[in-house]
Design a protein around this ligand. Structure first.
Ligand SMILES: NC(=O)c1ccc[n+]([C@@H]2O[C@H](COP(=O)([O-])OP(=O)(O)OC[C@H]3O[C@@H](n4cnc5c(N)ncnc54)[C@H](O)[C@@H]3O)[C@@H](O)[C@H]2O)c1
Length: 295
């Protein structure tokens, strides 16, 4: 397996492309427009510079990694030679089903089609393809080059051979894969999102402020960052989309997204990627500042 196609060049797609390229794979990175792709390549270059400064890679590694990434806006061109496709497009069921239908037509029967979805059913995605046995979840964590976990999700039809290939591939990327079954939110987000949602409810109900809630969880539970800051990093739109999948999938009120989260996403405050969520983010700023709305 040498040629990897990554669809979607946002927060996760650029990290996945970076990680594969750094481990010697040829990467085709696809997005809907060139500005998204340019931004992704710039982000990868900046992240490689950070690794360079730390001394974990040298100039040659940086050049080789960037040299292995080609960008495309045409899915047919970008997926033509793929041995494995990893879809990391927006967390939206219709977008993903449409992409997998197209991939099923473009790619040969032996190609593995993986989704980095945080919550959408792998079984449902697989059902729109010609070879559901070749479809699997490969759920990387953010930031991809740093985080060790890959949640490997077995759809109803995923073959054992495909699972073993993806488990081995994750290890080749120096990651620690964990195999789980396909139910809403899998394991990671089924546990994480209710905690984030409860933190937002705690703010919404005026129990405590942004910094107080995050400090309780950081200092009291030894979490490396508080749940509200983590929500900003994940993207508030992504959190909302995952909570909706849990709510619909289990039909249980306990997963109902907090109205404050809904309002923030509707108002365009999606966290780090838009510069504002529970905190404000300005380029180069190292100190966290609570967003005006909550200060
Ligand atoms: N953000 C996280 O922390 C995180 C963690 C794990 C998994 N995920 C999952 O990864 C996926 C991507 O999330 P993200 O945070 O990178 O989102 P993002 O919004 O940062 O990026 C999504 C990208 O997909 C592109 N896109 C949309 N439709 C497309 C199409 N038809 N073809 C090609 N590109 C298309 C968009 O232009 C955008 O650049 C989602 O399924 C999400 O649930 C996110």
């Amino acid at each position: 397996m040498k040629n990897i196609t990554v669809i979607g060049s946002g927060t996760m797609g650029n990290g996945i492309a970076h990680t594969f390229a750094q481990h010697g794979f040829e990467v085709s990175l696809i997005d809907i427009n060139t500005s998204a792709l340019d931004k992704a390549v710039q982000t990868i270059a900046n992240n490689l510079d950070r690794q360079l400064k730390k001394g974990s890679i040298n100039e040659q590694d940086k050049a080789d990694t960037l040299g292995r990434i080609k960008t495309y806006t045409d899915i047919k061109e970008g997926a033509a030679n793929a041995h494995l496709v990893i879809e990391a497009a927006t967390e939206n069921r219709e977008i993903k089903l449409q992409l997998f239908k197209q991939l099923s037509d473009i790619c040969g029967d032996e190609v593995i089609l993986a989704s980095n979805t945080s919550s959408i059913s792998i079984t449902e995605i697989a059902a729109v393809t010609k070879n559901p046995g070749q479809v699997i979840g490969m759920h990387f964590m953010n930031p991809v080059p740093v985080m060790k976990l890959v949640e490997v999700i077995k759809g109803y039809a995923t073959t054992n051979a495909v699972i073993q290939t993806i488990m081995q591939l994750a290890k080749a990327l120096d990651k620690d894969p964990v195999e789980v079954n396909d139910y809403p939110g899998f394991v990671a987000n089924r546990i994480l999102m209710p905690m984030i949602n409860e933190a937002i409810y705690t703010l919404y109900e005026g129990v405590a402020g942004v910094e107080e809630i995050d400090t309780v969880m950081k200092l009291g539970m030894a979490h490396p960052m508080g749940p509200l800051q983590l929500a900003d990093f994940i993207g508030l739109d992504v959190c909302l989309a995952i909570l909706k999948v849990l709510y619909e999938g289990f039909g249980n009120q306990k997963y109902a997204p907090c109205p404050l989260l809904v309002n923030m996403v509707t108002a365009g405050h999606r966290g780090v990627k838009t510069g504002s969520g529970f905190y404000k983010y300005t380029a180069g700023s190292k100190t966290l500042v609570v967003a005006d709305k909550f200060s």
